[in-house]
Design a protein around this ligand. Structure first.
Ligand SMILES: [Zn+2]
Ligand SMILES: [Zn+2]
Length: 374
């Protein structure tokens, strides 16, 4: 199913204020809350869609990214075996998919299938990279803790040499039916807690749980151009599934440390660069630092404070290909301080030499002022 635009989901215009978004979300959440719509199968889906839209639009950062990139902001990474995965397709906006699954899914993890198999829990790991590493791309190896099937008992929880027995209460289905009046309800078997099996003699290594905590190492390939807060999904690297279900995913959230000089907006690199009064008035060739070298750039005569110049292709790479963004250079004209008497005298001479047409804004201001106070 194609994803719907978040603004459409909430039924608000793109210009909506935070308060309008909040109120639209509350109203819609009441309409489709699964607890209030137990007979309506689509309610849960709509509620998830609504929460996802709200999660993004109520957060100024996420909203700005969504406005700029749409659903393509975050990235997903396929993962082959124990090595480094290749860069995969795009997934949702980071990791709320699993958050909502864990709210709505039955039991510990995702949905439980009819045969009792369920997907393992997703895991999250936070990683920090420098601004330069994010721009150039890098690989990071990190350690994380994961519950895994116990090797001693093969995940059954039964002491080696013994085996788990089929639960006599539910006959291995993990569910019991109860009828009362017109209603037949199905609930998790209280004897085996939905496992379908009962362990009489527990495995000592895992205390009968079938799971042990293991410290693991993973290497994630961080693509050039990744932005702060984006998430890489390592498929199948989460916790193992139950009863043959697939493993969960490992969500690696990348935070990008700020740079001393640069800021970024999407693929545009922003730089404020101080210039002198004379450089601004006379024009000058200035040295502009970029991500990996300094380049010469000519600013024209009469450059004003806060003037912006675009250096094409000196920005950050796009995650979707198609080359680099631009560097947006903003000049900050600095008025000199701590002048010597001689320098001050030169400036006085300069001031006396003015004819009146050198300062356009000042002239127009003075013209407007005329006649205001007759
Ligand atoms: Zn064990
Ligand atoms: Zn049972």
């Amino acid at each position: 199913m194609a994803k719907r635009d978040y603004y459409d989901v909430l039924g608000v215009p793109k210009t909506a204020t935070d308060a309008e978004i909040k109120s639209a979300y509350r109203k819609k959440a009441k309409e489709c809350h699964p607890d209030l719509n137990q007979t309506d199968k689509t309610a849960e889906t709509r509620f998830k869609e609504l929460n996802e839209a709200n999660e993004v639009l109520s957060d100024p950062d996420k909203r700005a990214k969504y406005d700029q990139y749409g659903f393509d902001g975050p990235i997903a990474q396929g993962f082959g075996g124990a090595g480094t995965g290749d860069f995969g397709g795009f997934s949702g906006f980071g990791d709320f998919g699993n958050i909502f699954d864990s709210i709505f899914g039955s039991g510990a993890g995702g949905a439980t299938r009819r045969d009792g198999a369920s997907q393992g829990d997703d895991l999250r790991h936070d990683i920090a990279v420098s601004f330069e590493e994010a721009a150039a791309g890098c690989q990071k190896t990190f350690e994380f803790i994961r519950n895994e099937n116990c090797d001693t008992c093969g995940g059954t929880g039964a002491k080696p040499g013994t085996s788990a027995q089929t639960c006599p209460m539910c006959h291995g289905t993990g569910q019991v039916r109860q009828s009362g009046g017109f209603m037949v309800t199905v609930r998790t078997c209280p004897t085996c807690h939905g496992e379908g099996k009962i362990v009489k003699e527990k495995c000592a290594d895992c205390s009968g749980t079938g799971r042990v905590r293991k410290r693991r190492t993973a290497t994630v390939k961080i693509p050039a151009g990744i932005d702060d807060g984006q998430t890489i999904v390592m498929r199948g690297q989460g916790e193992p599934g139950a009863r043959g279900g697939p493993a969960g995913d490992l969500y690696v959230r990348v935070s990008v440390r700020p740079h001393k000089l640069f800021k970024r907006e999407g693929t545009t690199l922003l730089l404020d660069l101080p210039i002198t009064l004379s450089q601004a008035a006379l024009g000058a060739e200035i040295d502009v630092p970029t991500l990996n070298k300094t380049v010469k750039y000519r600013i024209p005569e009469g450059t004003q404070n806060d003037s912006e110049f675009r250096l094409k292709g000196y920005g950050l790479p796009s995650l979707r290909g198609g080359g680099n963004g631009d560097l947006l250079l903003r000049v900050k004209v600095e008025v000199p301080r701590k002048l010597s008497e001689k320098q001050k005298e030169l400036l006085r001479q300069f001031e006396n030499s003015l004819t009146g047409k050198e300062y356009e804004n000042k002239k127009s201001f003075v013209d407007k002022l005329k006649g205001m106070f007759p």
